[in-house]
Design a protein around this ligand. Sequence first.
Ligand code: CMC
Length: 426
Amino acid sequence: MTESITITDNRSGESYEIPVVNGGVSATDWAKILPGIWFYDPGFMSTAAAESSITYLDGTAGILRYRGYPIEQLAESSTYLEVAYLLLNGELPTESQFEQWRHDVTSHTFIHENVRKRFLDGFHYDAHPMGMLVSAVAALSTFYFDAKDIFDPASRQKQIIRLIAKMPTLAAAAHRFSVGMPFVYPDNSLDFPSNFLSMMWKVAEPRYETDPALSRALDILFILHADHEQNCSTTAMRVVGSSHADPYSACAAACAALYGPRHGGANEAVIRMLSEIGSMENVPAFISEVKAGHGHMRLQGFGHRVYKNYDPRAQIIKKAADDVFEVTGRNPLLDVALKLEEIALSDEYFTSRRLYPNVDFYSGLIYQAMGFPLEMFPVLFAIARTAGWLAHWQEMLDQDSKIARPRQLYTGADARDYVPMSRRGA
Ligand code: CMC
């Protein structure tokens, strides 16, 4: 039996039956019945803007799956490159498919010399690396004119490979510039995370040797951040992509959305908060302050719009942190974080509001222990999320989607006549 909802228009007394499909009702069906009456939903709190088969998320149960595969299994056994393939293609690759994918991505890691020498070098000496990344990704569209052929499968695949491959190169280049270090070319004999670490940290040694534990931890963090269904930056990608802009321009918009502290900048806020608390003894007083602030002061890295349970990614990250600290030494802020979590999870204020640690509570501690400056945290997020952005962009184009163009509820002035400046009051 098909599920449905019946609504009655009290103005006319007429009733209408609307089917429930995949857990949703079609707003277009409602609009046909109720012309001129719009759904008011700022922040899309109750609106499903797309049908998607990429990521499944159940925030109450704390479940996250990419293409059906539990995030825990992917973090344990897969690599970022394999996960990127999975997100983009729907299935895990065979050995030969993966070899081709790895080869394609690896052979596109270099960026045009002009991107670095003429474009990136033009930034002010203290430019924020995320600002540089947003602009550099947009600038790539001016280097690849074939990017506009978004309905040509070969061209589309080429831009996807280029973006996945060049993102770490652009990210590392932005960092090197912002600290006044010379650019390091990609080393295509290294795997995806090790090559990025080499471009970040190489100084004068002929070949940068990464500690495998650090490279693996970074790869796990990339896997955990690769997609998160219709989040703010992915929505930006879909909205700009719906105008049929090229993927570099759409991806730059997604990066810009990620730049904000409510989205990609939260792990930086966690480190600032932990540093401000300073030591474990200060934790109870800090928690009391947060509670007394009634929402004005927040425990950074706690709470989530969708997760009302422990964010499954936070649990995986906690384990990865141990592996990293074994190499780098324990981040002194970890004890403060653990104490904060312990107290918050036994406090009625947080439990009654279902506020648990989210992915950002521990990721910053790992990045900091690995030597990444705070400004690079959103940049690292962007490298990983590129796979998700592109998977959603591709899915949206294949769905023959409409251009994103919401309605509004107008609350401004009624029609009135223009008044010359000389006749306007003070
Ligand atoms: N610390 C203290 N109180 C909180 C917190 C927090 N971190 N988060 C929510 N609350 C309280 C809030 O004051 C409200 O209380 P009351 O009902 O008494 O007014 C209640 O919990 C519900 O909060 P909300 O603002 O309605 O929840 P939301 O779903 O709109 O916000 C959030 C979600 C992530 C913006 C919010 O939890 C927050 O600001 N957290 C801290 C920042 C953070 O860690 N962000 C990273 C999110 S994960 C990364 C990503 O996906 O991009």
